[in-house]
Design a protein around this ligand. Structure first.
Ligand SMILES: [Zn+2]
Length: 493
C-alpha cells in the first residue's frame, strides 16, 4: 500500500489539515488479517482521490513540538523495520476477585485459570456464525426490538467500489462522506478536552504506554481487539485495574459494513464475551475498525447495547487521525505523523468542542511516538488540555463504561431506550384498542428514544397505570401522571 497522492496533495496545499485516514487502513487491515479472506480486505479507500503529480520532494514535512520526553526514542529510530526494542515484562493475571479502584460497584475479576483459548474463535479470523453462542446472540438481536435496515453489505474496495451506497445518504456511511448520527460519539463536549484513545491492542508494547500514562497520571480508553485480549489477558486486566476504560473493537478487525448482519453480530459478540470473561464486565462502547459504520452497523450495535465511538472529523480532509499505525508498515514516516499531530492541534483551537484522536498501541513505533512526542507535547499545550478516557470526557462516571456498573438512572444504555420505546408503543396501541381518549398519550408520540431506567424508577406508577389500561379505565391525567410523561421525555445518549 502506497501513500496516496491525494494525501500528498492535501498536505501540501492545505497545511492546516490533518488528512483523512481511510486509505492507510487498506494496509492496516492487510497486516491485521493478512490470512483472512481477501474478499473483505482493502474495503476502504479515499472518497475522493484526484490524481496528482505532487511528488515526495516536500518531505519530510516540518513540525515543531512544545515538549518531548527526555527519554524519547530518537525520531531516526522510529522507522519501518526498526529493530524490536526489548519489551517490558508482560503482566500476569491478577488474583481472582481483585477490583478496580475507580469503580466502587465493580464485580471482582474472574479466575483466569479456566480461560481456555480453544473455547474462542481463532486469532484474527472472522468467527463462524453457526456456533451455538453466535446463534444465541443473533436471536437476542432479533428479539431486541431494534429494526435493522435491510440494505445489503458493501463490497470490498471502499467508496469507489460502492457508488450506490455512497449516493444513498439514508445509509449515513461515515467512511464515505463523514455522515454521523447523534448516537455516534465523535467529540468530547468541552473545548480543549481530549478523549484519549488507543486501538488494536493489547499488544507487546502496550506496557510501555501504560507505564508512561502512569508517570504522567493520564487515563485512556483502549479499544481492544478480542482475539488479542485472549492473547494478553493479564495485560487487559492491568489496563482495567489501572483505571483505563476498556471498549470493544471487534474480534478480527474487519470493515463492518462489508459483513452480513450475522457476521457483525459474531464479531461484536465474541469481543464482548472475551472482555467479560477476562474482566467480569461488558463494555458499553465500541469503535468500528477503520471507523467503518453505517446505519445497518449502528442498528446492530444498538441491539447489542454498544455505543459507537469514532474520532473527530471537521471536514473530509481534516480528520483527527495521526496515521501513527502506518509507520510500522513503512506507509508513512514519524515526521509525517508529527506533522499530522500539529495540524490536529491547529484544528483543535478552531472548534468549540473537545476532540477525539485516532491512535494505536499495536506496534512499537506507534507507542514510541505517543510516549516520546505526542503525549509530552499535549501535556505542554496552552491552554491546557483536559485529557481523559472517552467515558469521562462525556461527563459520565468510569463505571458507565460497563453494563454491570453503569448508572442506569443517569446513563440509559442504547437497548434500554428501545425497550422503553417499544413499551410505550405497546401502551399506545393498547390504548387505541381500548378506545379511550387519546389526549393523555399524545406527548409520547414524537419521542424516539426513552429510558428503561427511568421507566424502572417510575415502576410504582407504571404498574397501576397498566392496570388501569387493562381494565379499560380512563388514563390518569393528574399532575403526577404529567410529571411521569415529562420524566420519560429525556433523551438517551
Ligand atoms: Zn483498529
Amino acid at each position: 500500500m502506497k501513500l496516496s497522492t491525494s494525501h500528498l496533495l492535501s498536505v501540501a496545499s492545505l497545511p492546516v489539515f490533518a488528512f483523512a485516514h481511510a486509505d492507510n487502513h487498506h494496509h492496516h487491515r492487510q497486516i491485521l488479517a493478512a490470512s483472512s479472506s481477501s474478499s473483505k480486505s482493502g474495503a476502504l479507500s479515499p472518497s475522493s482521490a484526484p490524481s496528482s503529480s505532487t511528488t515526495l520532494s516536500s518531505f519530510p514535512p516540518s513540525f515543531s513540538l512544545h515538549s518531548q520526553n527526555p527519554t524519547a526514542v530518537p525520531l531516526s529510530s522510529i522507522v519501518v523495520n526498526a529493530p524490536s526494542a526489548p519489551t517490558s515484562i508482560m503482566p500476569t493475571p491478577a488474583t481472582a476477585g481483585t477490583k478496580p479502584s475507580g469503580i466502587p460497584n465493580a464485580p471482582g475479576l474472574p479466575d483466569l485459570s479456566t480461560l481456555l483459548p480453544g473455547n474462542y474463535p481463532a486469532l484474527d479470523k472472522p468467527p463462524p456464525t453457526d456456533s451455538p453462542q453466535v446463534q444465541q446472540w443473533i436471536q437476542e438481536v432479533q428479539q431486541s426490538g431494534v429494526e435493522i435496515p435491510s440494505f445489503s453489505p458493501n463490497v470490498a474496495g471502499g467508496c469507489p467500489a460502492n457508488p450506490a451506497a455512497v449516493a444513498d445518504s439514508s445509509r449515513c456511511w461515515w467512511t464515505c462522506g463523514g455522515c454521523s448520527r447523534s448516537s455516534d460519539i465523535t467529540t468530547c463536549p468541552q473545548k480543549f478536552t481530549w478523549g484519549l484513545t488507543y486501538d488494536d491492542g493489547p499488544a507487546p508494547y502496550t506496557p510501555d504506554l501504560l507505564n508512561y500514562l502512569d508517570q504522567v497520571n493520564l487515563k485512556s480508553t483502549f479499544f481492544v481487539v478480542g482475539s488479542r485480549a485472549i492473547s494478553f489477558p493479564g495485560l487487559l486486566q492491568q489496563e482495567y485495574l489501572k483505571g483505563h476504560q476498556i471498549a470493544v473493537h471487534t474480534w478480527s478487525h474487519p470493515s463492518l459494513t462489508t459483513l452480513s448482519n450475522e457476521e457483525i453480530i459474531a464479531e461484536l459478540g465474541w469481543s464482548k464475551k472475551i472482555i467479560k470473561d477476562v474482566l467480569g464486565v461488558v463494555p458499553t462502547m465500541m469503535r468500528p475498525p477503520f471507523g467503518d459504520i453505517d446505519d445497518r452497523v449502528r442498528a446492530i450495535c444498538k441491539a447489542m447495547n454498544l455505543i459507537p465511538v469514532l474520532w473527530t472529523r471537521i471536514s473530509p480532509t481534516a480528520t483527527f487521525d495521526t496515521d501513527d499505525f502506518n509507520i510500522h508498515g513503512g506507509v508513512t514516516s514519524v515526521q509525517q505523523v508529527l506533522y499530522n499531530w500539529e495540524n490536529i492541534l491547529g484544528n483543535v483551537s478552531t472548534i468549540n468542542t473537545g476532540f477525539i484522536v485516532l491512535e494505536h498501541d499495536l506496534f512499537q513505533q506507534s507507542v514510541e511516538v505517543a510516549t516520546g512526542y505526542i503525549l509530552p507535547d499535549a501535556l505542554a499545550h496552552q491552554p491546557q488540555f483536559n485529557i481523559q478516557p472517552v467515558v469521562n470526557c462525556l461527563n459520565l462516571q468510569a463505571g458507565d463504561a460497563y453494563v454491570e456498573t453503569n448508572d442506569n438512572s443517569t446513563n440509559p444504555l442504547p437497548l434500554s431506550c428501545t425497550y422503553t420505546y417499544s413499551f410505550l408503543l405497546f401502551v399506545f396501541r393498547f390504548h387505541n384498542l381500548t378506545s379511550q381518549p387519546l389526549q393523555p398519550l399524545q406527548p409520547i408520540l414524537p419521542i424516539q428514544h426513552m429510558s428503561l431506567a427511568v421507566a424502572a424508577q417510575e415502576r410504582p406508577r407504571i404498574v397501576p397505570f397498566l392496570g388501569l389500561l387493562r381494565t379499560r379505565v380512563s388514563l390518569p391525567s393528574s399532575p403526577p401522571c404529567s410529571a411521569f410523561w415529562r420524566s420519560l421525555s429525556r433523551r438517551c445518549p
